[in-house]
Design a protein around this ligand. Structure first.
Ligand SMILES: Cc1ncc(COP(=O)(O)O)c(C=O)c1O
Length: 413
């Protein structure tokens, strides 16, 4: 049993639920900082000038961003809104969109982001938006790995990145336009728990760097190996051995620099899930219990709050906080929300403490790719976010949406 999956701040969640309406997200600052420190320190042990970037798409709440920033991270943005909010907190980083229009690249460049271009055709955008001093390309190294098909983000089926066979062409084209400093980027997949894949893909990236240098003379100053560092969602899954990942990458880089006679590029990585996932909990209240063909525990949160189970069939650990202290048995139930889709189920046929109306249901691992993936289907508003601070205080860091917000810009009257 992996306790990092099953542990949760029970007292703080119960306190928040007593003080504020459910459903809500509660983020644990201590855990967020610990994740940042583990990531940063593990890499910096092996790479003294390592630069961590946080993937804003995982959780873009400004309070979360400011905490991550205070732990020494820059940012990876992938949309106008992400670049905008990063600028608002006084930071910058790298910009990795895909199929990005020229005006969006200009928006990011004006905010100091290093651009990662995703296709050869985008080199011509530089005529329009101006030639930056420093430029990077997202390369598809021909291999990808993730916890499910939709999370495999490189390889022949992936829509992302410049195919590695075309890498020399794009770097030469950018150099001919006047770019002076170059980086290379890859993002091979998400939620990867396979230690070996990280060093294998870095090895492949070095072969690509070598070919670029041989064919064009362009030297790569920095390499960004993306995110994808997995976290356990199921209690039977182990935590990713990050030290083994990074020491494996260290060995590959030492060997490759020697073998190919290359100067070592500065290393960047841009984790999202590893930083944010397990610091967050979605908390809903049991409102209806149905004894149908199965026993369904209906809660006031739904798939629009945290769509991973409905989109991916993703497993999320669920805990019950009882509204009384009467002894309860355990039973097999499904925990569901109120959206008109049968995949609105946070847990299916799961052994849980017997529930009563008024109990709290805690959905673990809801800090990353959770609120950020939320939506308004069925006219459901998204809910508030709270921060459990290091000193034990709980602060609201985002209001719940109101019904009026859903109709903003329409002609109601
Ligand atoms: C370009 C890029 N960078 C970083 C990330 C963050 O990935 P993760 O949250 O798996 O670390 C993603 C996720 O899709 C991504 O597309």
């Amino acid at each position: 049993m992996n306790e990092s999956v099953t542990t949760f701040p029970k007292e703080a969640i119960a306190r928040a639920a007593a003080d504020f309406p459910t459903p809500f997200f509660l983020y644990n600052e201590a855990r967020l900082r610990e994740n940042c420190q583990t990531f940063r320190d593990t890499f910096q042990t092996y790479f003294s000038d390592f630069r961590p970037l946080y993937a804003v798409k995982a959780n873009s709440n400004p309070d979360v961003l400011r905490i991550v920033q205070s732990e020494g991270f820059g940012f990876d943005a992938s949309s106008r809104a992400e670049a905008w909010i990063v600028e608002k907190i006084g930071a910058t980083g790298m910009y990795t969109g895909n199929y990005t229009p020229a005006d969006e690249l200009a928006f990011a460049a004006q905010r100091g982001f290093i651009l990662n271009l995703d296709d050869a055709s985008m080199v011509d955008f530089l005529d329009e938006i101006g030639v930056p001093e420093t430029l990077s390309f997202r390369v598809n190294p021909g291999m990808g790995s993730g916890d499910r098909e939709s999370n495999v983000l490189a390889g022949p089926d992936a829509k992302f990145g410049v195919p590695f066979e075309a890498a020399s062409f794009v770097y030469a084209a950018a150099r001919d336009k006047g770019v002076k400093r170059f980086g290379i980027h890859m993002m091979t997949g998400s939620n990867n728990l396979d230690v070996k894949f990280f060093s294998q893909s870095v090895e492949k990236l070095f072969e690509i760097i070598f070919v670029i240098k041989k064919e064009t003379g362009v030297e790569i100053d920095f390499m960004n190996i993306g995110g994808g560092f997995g976290v356990p969602y199921h209690p039977d899954e182990p935590r990713l051995d990050l030290d083994a990942v990074v020491s494996g990458i260290r060995t590959v880089i030492d060997d490759a620099c020697k073998k190919f006679d290359l100067k070592e590029p500065v290393l960047y990585a841009e984790p999202g899930r590893f930083i944010a996932a397990d610091m967050g909990f979605l908390v809903g209240k049991v409102c209806v219990i149905k004894n149908g063909y199965k026993k369904f525990i209906g809660i006031d949160a739904a798939a629009n709050d945290m769509p991973r189970p409905s989109i991916y069939g993703a497993y999320h650990h669920v805990s019950v906080i009882q509204c009384d202290d009467k002894p309860r048995v355990e039973e097999i139930v499904s925990v569901v929300g109120g959206i008109c889709e049968n995949n609105d189920q946070f847990a299916k046929d799961r052994l849980l403490t017997e529930c009563r109306v008024g109990d709290l249901i805690v959905v673990h691992n809801s800090g990353g790719h959770a609120y950020a993936m939320g939506h308004n289907y069925n006219g459901r508003t998204r809910h508030a976010e709270y921060l459990l601070k290091i000193d034990g205080m709980i602060e609201k860091i985002r209001d719940a949406e109101k019904i009026e917000d859903l109709f903003c810009g329409t002609r109601i009257d």
